[in-house]
Design a protein around this ligand. Sequence first.
Ligand code: ATP
Ligand code: MG
Length: 512
Amino acid sequence: MSDDEATGATPGGAHLLEMRGIEKRFPGIIALQDVSFEVSAGEVHCLLGQNGAGKSTLIKVLAGAHRPNEGQILLDGKEVGFSSPDDAIKAVIGTVYQELDLVETLTVAENIFLGHEKSRGGFSSRRAEQLEAARLLASLGHSEISPLMEVGELSAAGQQIVSMARALSRDVRLIIMDEPSAVLDSEEVRNLFDTVRTLTAAGVAVIYISHRLEEIRVIGDRITVLKDGRAVASNLRVCETPNVELIRLMTGRSITNVFPPVAALAAEATEILSVNGLVVAPGHDPISFSVRAGEVLGLAGLVGSGRSEILGAIYGSTKPVSGTVDIDGTRLRPGSTVSAVNAGMGLCPEERKSQALLLDDTLAANFTLASIGRYATAGFTSQKAEYRVSMEQIRNLELRPADPAREARTLSGGNQQKVVLGRWLSHGCRVLLLDEPSRGVDVGARSEIYNLIAGLSRAGIAIVVVSSELEEVLGLCHEVLVVSENRIVHRAPAVELSEHQILDLVMEGTTL
Ligand SMILES: Nc1ncnc2c1ncn2[C@@H]1O[C@H](COP(=O)(O)OP(=O)(O)OP(=O)(O)O)[C@@H](O)[C@H]1O
Ligand SMILES: [Mg+2]
């Protein structure tokens, strides 16, 4: 077989883009080692690998955000340099980064055209930019986002869409998407895929990074797998490579069933968390539900349906209009997280990086933050205990690098998620509220997280899980509340629901 046949390039033609022998070192770590990677026009090339495998680093090298220590990049078969910030390669690539890089104080339209403002006769044409921004947002299925809004006012999902519109606003030949679906719900992912199909039909290449294999099946053409900074498989065809094989390549082991069995609930299990008539914000319907010892309750719904706000009001990070929350019969003070934590409640928030992670601190400090009293003896944190707990969580969650003294900032996106999650899992709560617990987390760690949740359930902890992945809600929970437009529209045992039914309920916003 010739090289061209093996790689899917047009016979005799060069790849749109090729990376050869890329190496990227950070202090104390080799993030990429001898990685070769290529993309052809019109294909969706998926980049897979566990958290910390080097995916984001590779695309940052490609997009010119990192300078590699070794290697070459070729565009249309010709080598391009890394020197000037505005070189050939940047002109043809649009990037949607994992950590969004928008300017929060600028408007949506200003962000989309930042650095390539439209001008007419030497004057920038704001009106033209706003019209074009509106068109791009509508093409992504989001005409409700106004070009005049400040980006800081948008949710994470909204910002992701703007970032996507920015990548599309230039005439590019390659679009890189680093975990775009991590903050989107299933409807938005469908819209995103429509856009991807339109792009590839026009010959644009897409590099797509995601931990969700079902998405790769729907949208991907070829796959390159990274493991510990090396490409362990290149140019696999999606249709010829089963999931078990991909998981084995990524993790080096086989995982067939990610969800552990849901533990049976004791008939006499006592009620631990009780939410009564909680009105989260003015004009919202009151919400009531309870969670028993060992019960895992799922809140299913679209991004923006109000699930995270419900968790926030229960935990006290926002003050509800009215209603009560009790833990083991103890009434919590509304709007007081101190009261919630003292009563044994923990919340792992959705936006872990901004809301929960101490980026400049070590992993050990981040792990023990919630339970600082427990590791402190006479005012000193017991370093030995802190180290022991950290190592246990690092092992449980397959954190890389496995070094409690490392600064949180230098971890990959998914490993940062695991740190915040690990903090709450090790804290010893009575009630645990988890917002999107597996977002951005790789397959291997995902099954570990599910095991930890199942373990906590068996130990009698009451758990509430918000998740946009219906498979996760159904695989993990005993009971499911379907939330639509700030209302609970349905409650049923998970075994009596299907993904389709939940979607229908969410869309209709009415009970069955
Ligand atoms: N600025 C940095 N300084 C030091 N180390 C870094 C830096 N950026 C990344 N690394 C390290 O490089 C390795 C690869 O990280 P990278 O972000 O590319 O992983 P990833 O495959 O994108 O993971 P994820 O799925 O979690 O996003 C990790 O070990 C990470 O800790
Ligand atoms: Mg990454």
